[in-house]
Ligand binder design. Structure first.
Ligand SMILES: CC(C)(COP(=O)(O)OP(=O)(O)OC[C@H]1O[C@@H](n2cnc3c(N)ncnc32)[C@H](O)[C@@H]1OP(=O)(O)O)[C@@H](O)C(=O)NCCC(=O)NCCS
Length: 175
């Protein structure tokens, strides 16, 4: 398995991958919307024998804290093709994405997902609790890439427009 930056030619297979993994069109559409809005700042694919078997996307979001602005990333979506799940591909994509995010000086990452999965990477629901968000709740988690970026602070997470439809009532359990 190798992990590389996604190219424009990968968009169609990536959307199909998310449709298959999530069983809904929402995540594939989110990927397309973020890509067409130039918001897919970090998009990685995992390939095996030339086939894309996993994908992770990070897009910029703003976290207003006190009188400061934290430059964060939304991790969404992440998916692995069903026959390839539970073999470490999602973990490898997430770790590679977080390493690249640190290298590019992003300060924090926000994810909406299952705590038992994302806690292994250091994401914390407690850390996200002080921040207003349309996705607030036990599945909203934060990870600091720079110590002190979020801890002990309160504020608001401002998502880019492609997330608005999801926040407006479409399923939120699978980002
Ligand atoms: C969730 C997903 C990205 C994980 O990728 P993966 O390559 O299958 O998982 P990995 O091999 O890296 O990790 C396996 C671990 O993840 C856990 N896991 C798998 N799917 C999970 C899920 N939906 N929620 C919580 N934990 C999950 C497994 O139980 C296993 O746990 P363990 O290490 O304690 O035994 C992948 O299963 C997937 O695409 N699922 C459908 C889409 C989805 O739900 N995406 C959102 C993630 S919250």
């Amino acid at each position: 398995m190798d992990i590389k930056a996604a190219t424009a030619a990968d968009l169609a297979p990536i959307s199909k991958l998310h449709d298959a993994a999530f069983g809904t069109p929402h995540e594939g559409r989110l990927v397309a919307d973020l890509t067409h809005s130039d918001l897919a700042v970090l998009s990685l694919v995992a390939r095996e024998n030339g086939t894309i078997v996993g994908h992770i996307l990070f897009s910029p979001l703003v976290i207003d804290v006190d009188d400061d602005t934290v430059m964060g990333l939304a991790l969404a979506p992440l998916a692995v093709l069903p026959p390839h799940q539970n073999r470490g591909i999602g973990t490898a994509l997430t770790r590679a994405g977080l390493v690249a995010a640190v290298q590019h000086d992003w300060q924090a990452v926000i994810v909406l997902g299952h705590p038992s999965y994302y806690s292994r990477f250091g994401f914390s629901a407690t850390l996200a609790q002080g921040f207003e968000s349309p996705f607030a709740g036990p599945y909203l988690m934060a990870l600091e890439l720079i110590p002190g970026a979020l801890s002990g602070r309160k504020g608001k997470i401002i998502y880019p427009p492609p997330f608005t439809a999801l926040a407006a009532g479409e399923p939120q359990n699978a980002l």
